[in-house]
Design a binder for this molecule. Structure first.
Ligand SMILES: [Fe+2]
Ligand SMILES: [Fe+2]
Length: 259
């Protein structure tokens, strides 16, 4: 009954699309098989795995069919978050996806799922990724104002979705939260953001996010403890396709007994 997370599988069993790093970076070679082997050795049917977005390169459900089948066949209960590449997932039709894949996959958006006495809340999130303008010493001198303005609107929308996820859980009596985002909670210029503030406000114990690929991007945002919240990057290439342990139930039970 443990809780695991990983993200950014970027599957493409049916789609022709691939990112450049999926072709050039060794860590992506045969990553589907590496992940399955790791999941089978770690995760049991009673465990829960949260996938933090960018599941598939497919542009629609038909193109994602084999990718979603692959995820369905991983061991344990699977909860999916929406990534920026998940074109198959119309945000207004999350309810329909949950109906369509009932008993097989669960889709986290404007809702929450329970895990023991925790509420698993989340949304895609958004961070402004530039372009940033640098001087010849590599110091940031400015950024694209128009893009920044657009980003602000997207951040506001994602903020509202995240709040509705927390509020739905709170209304059902949950007091303990694990928060999932696809985008990192902060961009490279920020030390906090509206997302870190929500995590603090609701008392989320952990924030788990993906989206950052390649060694040069792994440290774009917070990793480790900040205030009372523990932040973790769960993109698959960062984790070398080994899901991270979010909560181990036997440890929770042991702790409760001791307290
Ligand atoms: Fe992404
Ligand atoms: Fe990604």
């Amino acid at each position: 009954m443990s809780l695991y997370a990983i993200g950014d599988l970027h599957l493409h069993f049916k789609s022709e699309l691939k990112a450049r790093n999926q072709i050039e970076d060794k860590v992506w070679q045969n990553h589907e098989k590496v992940l399955v082997d790791n999941c089978k050795s770690m995760i049991t049917a009673n465990d829960t795995l949260v996938l933090v977005g960018d599941h598939s390169w497919g542009k629609n459900l038909a193109e994602c069919r084999y990718d979603l089948d692959y995820i369905m066949n991983l061991p344990g209960r699977k909860i999916l978050l929406r990534g920026n590449h998940d074109m198959f997932w119309d945000v207004k039709k999350t309810g329909q996806l949950n109906e369509m894949f009932k008993g097989k996959l669960e889709f986290l958006q404007n809702n929450y799922f329970s895990y023991e006495d925790y509420a698993l809340v989340g949304t895609k999130g958004y961070t402004f990724e530039g372009p940033f303008y640098f001087d010849r010493y590599g110091n940031i001198q400015g950024w694209d104002e128009k893009e920044a303005e657009h980003a602000e609107k997207l951040v506001k929308r994602e903020y509202e979705r995240l709040v509705s996820s927390f509020e739905a859980a709170k209304a059902d009596g949950y007091k303990k939260f694990i928060m999932f985002l696809h985008y990192p909670p902060t961009n490279i210029l920020q030390s906090d953001s509206i997302f870190t503030k929500i995590a603090e406000k609701y008392g989320a114990e952990q924030v788990i996010y993906g989206h950052c690929h390649g060694k040069s991007r792994f440290h774009d945002s917070i990793i480790g403890k900040k205030g009372k919240v523990v932040y973790s990057l769960a993109s698959g290439d960062y984790l070398l396709w080994k899901p991270m342990v979010v909560l181990k139930l036997n440890l929770i039970k042991k702790y409760k007994k001791e307290v």
